[in-house]
Design a protein around this ligand. Structure first.
Ligand code: SF4
Ligand code: SF4
Length: 439
């Protein structure tokens, strides 16, 4: 046997913790086992006695197994699985004017014809899929509430008849998410909601104003509290996302108290922290000096506020399949409001990238032609040579953005970008919040 090359060893206040980046599990082990694993020493002692347990945990592995091949095999299974994942962009319009938004707002919206083509595609192909996952996107998708609810109910019906599981999610600014809309969305299997709230009222309203210029914080929070207080046993998830900039980072502390007071007791509400980046477009250029240059400053802030931020969630334990972006996958693509099909919906407006992103157009009879030259660019799994011995490969590869790798012609290195320090911090936090397995 040998220690898994994907073990990450962390000592936390005298505790010996191992995170396996391949199976995403976090273990607390005895000091002697920790040292044997780290030094790949198995001739005697507690490692031998606990061999079966450690092997089941993925911490040790048969010496003859080539773990890189095993990792590639697991990734392949996920890339070529039969789950259909479509991001549907219902409109290019939005009722907000966020300072860092990368999209150009226009009044363009999906037509009945494109809607019917998508439905026909799903109808014709449903028996070839094991499951259907739709992400509703915009602009602001709830500006097209009627169409969204109609499409979602129809897809649910098609999937029910074919006995194929269907679930959807929505990225919305939350302004139009009233009780009735929320209830209907959940009834049509929309179970995951991502809503951005950028700090408390004044800050949020500056960063994410309504198109009329008015604030939006009060309305979003009112909607969320109504949803929280509804009598319902539904198992939805509402992810409240904070987009954080260097300039405003200290102002977020007040929001953490607010989240804790109003939402943290309900595990259906989770908190996600992201740094604002230049995601493209013109408006973010005015914020150029406000953005983080690297992850360390944000990490410092998170450490300072450790224990105060109740997130109800960490993506540390997500499986490889869940971590991989849909654009990586053979059956993953985005359909824009006009029926154009892309691999990545976030780069639809990136003209320079279009040749590598555009797959074609859905036909009115619901046919989507294969575009092998473009698809093959996205299915490519190229690592640096140094990745062959890196314990972070499974996490670095599966959480990376394939579009940025294609644009930069190489994989983004977690170690070179200090993202490995973020990972260690997440491991420490998860350990302190007791989300680990004791061996
Ligand atoms: S390719 Fe990158 S930008 Fe596009 S959806 Fe995936 S992670 Fe996001
Ligand atoms: S890119 Fe860097 S961090 Fe990622 S697997 Fe390779 S060496 Fe490791």
């Amino acid at each position: 046997m040998k220690a898994s090359m994907y073990n990450m060893y962390v000592e936390i206040d005298g505790n010996y913790v191992v995170f396996n980046t391949l199976n995403s599990k976090l273990y607390l082990v005895e000091g002697e086992i920790f040292r044997c694993l780290k030094n790949n020493y198995f001739e005697k002692g507690p490692v031998l006695e606990s061999e079966e347990i450690l092997a089941n945990a993925g911490l040790i592995i048969d010496s003859e197994v080539d773990e890189i091949n095993m990792f590639k095999h697991i990734v392949d299974k996920s890339i070529y699985d039969n789950n259909l994942r479509i991001t549907i962009v219902l409109t290019a319009n939005c009722n907000f004017r966020c300072q860092y938004c990368y999209q150009n707002k226009t009044n363009k919206r999906m037509s009945d014809e494109v809607e019917n083509s998508i439905i026909k595609y799903i109808q014709k192909n449903i028996r070839g899929y094991k499951s259907v996952y739709i992400e509703w996107f915009g602009g602001e998708p709830l500006l097209e509430k009627k169409r969204l609810l109609r499409m979602s109910s129809t897809i649910k019906e098609i999937c029910n008849q074919a006995r194929v599981p269907y679930i959807s999610s929505i990225t919305t600014n939350g302004y139009l998410l009233d009780k009735e809309t929320f209830t209907k969305l959940v009834e049509s299997n929309c179970m995951y909601f991502q809503i951005t709230v950028d700090g408390m009222g004044t800050l949020h309203d500056t960063l994410r104003p309504h198109v009329s210029g008015k604030g939006t914080f009060d309305k979003i929070i009112e909607n969320l509290l109504v949803i929280k207080n509804m009598e319902s046993n539904e198992r939805f998830t509402i992810a409240i996302r904070n987009n954080i900039s260097k300039r405003h980072i200290k102002e977020y502390a007040a929001f953490y108290d607010f989240f804790e007071t109003h939402f943290a007791d309900d595990r259906r509400f989770i908190l996600i922290q992201k740094d604002i980046q230049n995601w493209g477009g013109d408006s973010v250029k005015e914020m150029a000096n406000d953005l983080f240059e690297d992850d360390l400053e944000m990490l410092q802030f998170l450490k300072e506020n450790e224990g105060k931020i109740k997130q109800n969630y960490s993506d540390l334990h997500e499986s490889i399949t869940n971590k991989l972006c849909y654009a990586f996958k053979k059956n993953g693509f985005a359909i824009d409001w006009d029926g154009s099909i892309y691999k990545c919906n976030k780069n639809i407006e990136n003209e320079r990238f279009k040749k590598k992103n555009y797959l074609g157009k859905i036909a009115s009879n619901g046919t989507i032609k294969d575009n092998d030259p473009v698809s093959s660019i996205w299915l490519n799994k190229k690592f640096h040579d140094k990745c062959n011995t890196c314990e972070l490969l499974p996490i670095c590869f599966t959480t990376g953005c394939p579009a940025s790798w294609i644009m930069n012609q190489e994989m983004t290195c977690m170690k070179e970008n200090n993202k490995d320090k973020n990972l260690v911090y997440t491991v420490e936090r998860e350990f302190k919040e007791n989300r680990y397995i004791k061996i």
